[in-house]
Design a protein around this ligand. Structure first.
Ligand SMILES: NC(=O)c1ccc[n+]([C@@H]2O[C@H](COP(=O)([O-])OP(=O)(O)OC[C@H]3O[C@@H](n4cnc5c(N)ncnc54)[C@H](OP(=O)(O)O)[C@@H]3O)[C@@H](O)[C@H]2O)c1
Length: 331
């Protein structure tokens, strides 16, 4: 039996479908029954509504150990996809709790219940920092605590430390670090911002680089890594490293909408995050554009996918065509 946490999210829902298609028995952890509908719509979109009934749902929270102890009964493998994704500085405490303490709880249950293998979904945000004149980040690039990191990045890095601690205590594990994930089914969060902004007539772009991948590649690779005899290793999952300009142009072209035409320099993005901070103070709304996001929008680094390509001889889905077809679901 396989347990999937975060089953009602983008990665979890596509992973459920992948595992069920491969005839696996899967227990899916959920918190709120209403969120299961989005998972059903993913199965429907992929023409596999018939398989939806095969998912065994169990209510639980990664911060509630007794609920996990029930979910872990008869489980042999765990895919830990549950996390909080937020770049709002107000969520610092919540991020640490959900992502670090939540992962620690999962790791402890994996050890207590003698799980064969854990796959943890981290992020490129938790990877290391390049030195001067270095522009390629690999799995070996070291984290520099003195560099500025978002609270999200710190929480994902802390979660990885919990997984490696589990490994020291005898747990077999795999960590994947995906870039920004694009996929069907969750039109109000994450990467959907690119499509929604284009629809609203976004005029701004930057020339910073962005590591991206499809959700199909992420879940296929996760399952391959779990099924192969690969243990206690970490893999960057990035298909391509285009610029924000490239991605926004591809999407605008596919949607037959106006391309953004204002190349936003560092001064303008600085002004934007300061304005956002000010508006948040006045209105108490959530931060939309933070200092960290402003810095990231001018990122010059690329994420290397050499390690995973070499290990699995994997060929990634091409992003331009994929985004064009995904954009059709945003009308
Ligand atoms: N999306 C990306 O671009 C991206 C990129 C790199 C890495 N990642 C990583 O990939 C993983 C999956 O991301 P995603 O895009 O699928 O995120 P998502 O769509 O926001 O889904 C997050 C999932 O985590 C669950 N969750 C949150 N707190 C929980 C808790 N306390 N107990 C149990 N479940 C909880 C959510 O449940 P509810 O539905 O109840 O809220 C949801 O099912 C995360 O670890 C994320 O950090 C994502």
């Amino acid at each position: 039996m396989i347990l999937v946490t975060g089953a009602t999210g983008l990665v979890g829902s596509h992973l459920l479908l992948q595992l069920i298609t491969e005839n696996e028995s899967v227990i899916a952890l959920y918190r709120d029954k209403d969120k299961i509908q989005a998972v059903k719509s993913v199965f429907e979109y992929k023409n596999h509504l018939d398989l939806f009934e095969k998912v065994q749902w169990i209510q639980g929270d990664i911060l509630d150990i007794p609920s996990l102890e029930i979910a872990f009964q008869n489980v042999k493998e765990v895919y830990h996809c549950a996390a909080l994704i937020s770049f709002d500085p107000k969520d610092e405490e919540k991020l640490r709790k959900t992502n670090i303490e939540g992962t620690s709880n999962i790791v402890n249950c994996c050890i207590d219940f003698k799980i064969n293998k854990l796959c943890y979904v981290s992020s490129i945000a938790a990877l290391g920092d390049t030195k001067e004149n270095e522009y390629i980040i690999t799995e070996a690039t070291e984290w520099n605590p003195e560099k500025l990191h978002s609270d999200y990045a710190i929480s994902k890095y802390g979660a990885e430390m919990e997984v490696w601690r589990g490994h020291q205590e005898g747990l077999n594990c795999i960590i994947v670090n995906p870039g920004i994930i694009f996929g069907y089914g969750f039109p109000l969060q994450g990467s959907s911002t690119f499509f929604n902004a284009t629809k609203k007539g976004n005029t701004f772009y930057t020339k910073g680089k962005i590591g991206i991948i499809t959700v199909e590649d992420v879940v296929t690779i996760m399952v391959l890594l779990m099924k192969n005899n690969i243990m206690n290793e970490q893999f960057i999952l990035v298909a391509e490293n285009p610029t924000y300009e490239n991605v926004l142009y591809w999407i605008a072209d596919a949607m037959n909408l106006k391309k953004p035409f204002i190349n936003t320099n560092k001064t303008l993005t600085k002004l934007t995050w300061k304005m956002d901070w000010f508006i948040t103070k006045l209105t108490n709304r959530k931060r939309k554009f933070t200092k960290n996001l402003a810095i990231a929008s001018h990122n010059k680094n690329s994420y290397s996918n050499d390690k995973i390509k070499e290990k699995l001889h994997y060929k990634f889905i091409e992003m331009k065509d994929y985004l064009a077809s995904l954009s059709k679901t945003y009308y």
